[in-house]
Write a protein that binds this ligand. Sequence first.
Ligand code: FE
Length: 365
Amino acid sequence: MKELNLVDPVDGIYYGAIEVKGHDIVKIKKLDEEKRGLSYLLPGFVDPHIHGAAGVDFIDATYEGLQKMEGFLRKEGVAACLLTTVSAPLEKILKAIDTLETYTQKNPHTIFKGVHLEGPYLNPNRRGAHELKYIRDVNIRELEEMVSHPLVRLMTVAPEIEGFEEILEITKKHDVVVSIGHTEASYELVEKIYNKGVRRFTHLCNGMKPLHHREVGPVGGALLNDAFVEIIVDGVHLCGEMVRIIRKLKGVEKLELITDSMAATGLGDGEYRIWGKTVHVRGRIARTEDGSLAGSTLTMRKAVSLYRSFTGADHLETARVSSYNACVDLGLKRAGRIKKGYSSLLVEVGPDFEYIKPFIDDSTG
Ligand code: FE
């Protein structure tokens, strides 16, 4: 067993001994109060919004591509994530889901826990890097086909589009969580659908009408209501002050750090072909030719380290925003806790966040 400070989002921080075997935490012993100067053990990261990494993009990934991406993400400390589609033709979206289905059947312990459909029912005015030609009107048959797949758990939609009521009905039937994103929804509309159970926002502030003092829109709606919000903490999509504003207003129980990362993640600067367009990555910032941000090249490790530097968050808060909250929100099992029976994919963090690395149990006993 290995002894270190264990950080469980529910039980808190305590000094203890842990033993992992295979895919599970098999034993935990509480020893004493927090011991300063030692490492902290956090649950592995949970990322509900990731498009790609290591040269692979989920929307056109092969089986081997998924293997490669998983290898990369495990080294980044990710224990669970939702692979995210972009607006694309139906066949392409279904093919990506099928590939993941084959993959999960052969790899039951994969970190890929399902699919986040981002689009194609978005507001074209707030499309970001989504291709205009693939953003479309709601088609019930198409919608059913996508969300009826058991791997689909989350869908980002602009609630102001026609057919949103039908989307609500169908996603509810299939247990798919709806997240508000790529939108120009008014505050009034956000409030209305909040009362119908829509309580989640996709990459808050990005791809949505900004907060205005006479019409606070989706950002105001997210901040005033008890909803979960994704945030991209890369220092570019949101400045540090905005991260602090969001944290101050929402508290730490509703924040979910995401990467929104795409294929160029982990590859360095250069020019890439992503989602049918040329994307330039410079200093880790990815932009399309017209200057829009094209996802990120962020990793959860980097997000955690920046979140800490912007907010001064401690280890317990970090564990919440980087794993536990997303599990509560999306019903993901076996991740987000340091507890017997949970995933053995864990992250070791220095007392002062000097290092953030995947946990390796190198104890001999
Ligand atoms: Fe997006």
